[in-house]
Design a protein. Structure first.
Length: 255
């Protein structure tokens, strides 16, 4: 991670008067308070590891989900994620661990790209992806509104957007929530129970994209843009074929 290229102007901060903290003074123990009673058979093991690490000159991090920055040279450092280890079992080994590893790897790569001042994806692709997301959202809303019996169900994707809008003011997350809820609802309204098979396929593809794509938001937006362009091409081709058929019928001589 090249520290010399970190752009502080990309950080968004708030004045102290506007910052909210969930920790209050009532939760802070005074320095002269007696330590609480704590007995655990693993405590001695933790103490021995801490002492051994300090004697060997290594870093000591004692918390869950710790992030450690190790210096490599004067311009480069390595960011590590350290978490609590639990006894292995088949579910953790086969399902949870690969998912956690993939998500944490992408998080570290995202931090690296931001620290180096690089965008997550080329600007042109991000613009196309945003257009795809917006167009997909408009398409979903129109499909709800064109039929009276579907309009009531539009409340479900709208409600799904509220947490992102009210708690974080994140329009992109709200749009993703609107589409994520709106597409399945539309599918079941239009196709009924037969949509289950298609829904499982779509959900699997989306999950794999979230896990494997370097920038999932951009990848899904590009997929939306591609689908919309394909739908427009099919529509234009169908209308052109219909016009050609009408012209050919008019050109046939009548007796």
């Amino acid at each position: 991670m090249a520290q010399s290229r970190f752009d502080r102007s990309r950080l968004r901060t708030l004045p102290l008067a506007q910052r909210k903290n969930r920790i209050t003074l009532d939760q802070v123990r005074p320095l002269d308070a007696p330590p609480p009673d704590f007995e655990d058979p693993q405590l001695d093991k933790v103490v021995r590891h801490i002492v051994a690490a300090r004697r060997s000159g290594r870093e000591v991090v004692w918390m869950m989900g710790a992030h450690v920055i190790e210096p490599i040279d004067e311009n480069t450092s390595r960011l590590l994620v350290r978490g609590e280890s639990v006894p292995a079992n088949p579910i953790l080994t086969m399902v949870v661990d690969p998912v956690v590893f993939t998500l944490e790897r992408r998080m570290l790569l995202g931090l690296k790209s931001r620290a180096e001042g690089r965008p997550d994806a080329p600007i042109a692709l991000m613009v196309i992806a945003y257009i795809g997301w917006i167009t997909a959202g408009i398409t979903v809303a129109v499909l709800f509104l064109i039929e009276r019996r579907r309009r009531f169900w539009l409340a479900l994707p709208i409600v799904a957007t509220l947490p992102a809008l009210l708690m974080a003011g994140d329009i992109q997350a709200a749009l993703a929530a609107f589409i994520a809820v709106g597409i399945p609802v539309l599918g079941f309204l239009i196709f009924g129970r037969s949509f289950w098979g298609s829904f499982l396929i779509i959900a699997s593809v989306v999950l794999l994209t979230l896990l494997l794509a370097p920038e999932a938001y951009t990848a899904i937006g590009l997929a939306f843009a591609s689908l919309i362009l394909a739908a427009l091409a099919v529509t234009v081709a169908g209308r052109s074929r219909a016009v050609d058929e009408e012209v050919s019928q008019l050109a046939v001589p009548t007796r």
